[in-house]
Design a protein around this ligand. Structure first.
Ligand code: ZN
Length: 238
């Protein structure tokens, strides 16, 4: 039962459809989500006896790539939304989205961007989590990266429920990288550096002023001394 095909690709829109969102039979207008297959599907969603599913319109051994269809649907949900929960009390509102964005030699599941050009890269884990190699590549971009874990999700989950899981569920997401943290650190370093230079200049200036002041005071106090000395020193010469 688990291997049954629950999602197909709508042939008109190219979007993933859950079995309960399409008309029965060939009217579903769907094809297999497996890129090596892409055969027409027949929706079997009329009865109550059997769990609703798609079947191929031709004889085939294809199982229909359930995982990639779920993965694609999750990406579509983010691309079609305009707000995503990042962490507790932090939502990101965005106006632009790109599915499967190539960056730094990797393909990012979804890139979302707001009016201020703040970017979040969203990775959706259905079978694979972001590995160290990918993370290192993403690190070079200094962008925000969020990972959403759909690994243990019920593969039959309906679209409306999947939307909640992808967009607003608190327990399945993790911030892998934060853009601002790096920038804040470098800004802090910069300001500490200039503050230290400023302080050193002040101390140096202060010392110089104090020296000049002391010298002036000595000269005033023993003003005669240097003259006497010079007279003394001249006398033996004469
Ligand atoms: Zn197929």
């Amino acid at each position: 039962m688990g291997a049954e095909l629950i999602r197909g690709i709508d042939k008109s829109s190219g979007k993933v459809k859950h079995i309960d969102e399409v008309p029965n039979g060939l009217k579903c207008n769907c094809k297999c989500p497996d890129e090596n297959c892409l055969e027409d599907l027949i929706a079997v969603n009329g009865g109550e006896r059997r769990e609703h599913h798609f079947r191929h319109s031709v004889d085939t051994n294809c199982l229909g790539e359930q995982e990639s269809a779920l993965h694609l649907m999750a990406k579509q949900i983010i691309a079609e939304s305009n707000e995503l929960l990042i962490q507790v009390k932090e939502y990101f509102s965005y106006s632009k989205s790109i599915i499967e964005k190539p960056l730094e030699g990797v393909i990012v599941d979804v890139q979302i961007e707001n009016q201020d050009e703040v970017i979040w890269l969203v990775e959706i884990a259905v079978t694979h989590f972001v590995d160290n190699e990918k993370l290192e590549k993403l690190q070079r971009l200094n962008l925000n990266v969020l990972e959403i874990d759909l690994k243990d999700i019920d593969r039959r989950i309906k679209t409306e429920k999947l939307k909640d899981v992808v967009l607003i569920n608190l327990n399945n997401r993790e911030i892998l990288l934060r853009e601002s943290s790096d920038k804040v650190v470098s800004n802090e370093n910069e300001s500490i550096f200039s503050w230290t230079i400023g302080l050193l200049l002040m101390i140096w200036g202060g010392c110089k002023a104090l020296k000049a002041y002391k010298a002036g005071k000595i000269n005033r106090k023993y003003g005669i001394k240097p003259r006497r000395r010079s007279k003394h020193s001249r006398r033996p010469n004469r």
